[in-house]
Design a protein around this ligand. Sequence first.
Ligand SMILES: [Zn+2]
Ligand SMILES: [Zn+2]
Ligand SMILES: [Zn+2]
Length: 87
Amino acid sequence: MATQCTHLKQIQNVHPNTKGCEECLKAGDRWVHLRMCLLCGHVGCCDSSKNKHATKHFHQTQHPVMRSIEPGEQWGWCYIDELELDF
Ligand SMILES: [Zn+2]
Ligand SMILES: [Zn+2]
Ligand SMILES: [Zn+2]
């Protein structure tokens, strides 16, 4: 298992593309928590949400690094290394 994420250099200075989960907003669906892709600014819902759009975004795009955009939360996650990241 990796101890260090090798994808941090791919991170861009992104801002959330949408105020909520992009796909859930389109579908009129609900989410639990929001995660933002740090490569393109895609906002998706977490794995506690039934649609899991943040994880689906990774599988569709191979963008590996996301972070929580819940207020007060600083952590991120690399899907490839399966490592928690601190921001
Ligand atoms: Zn990584
Ligand atoms: Zn969603
Ligand atoms: Zn992305």
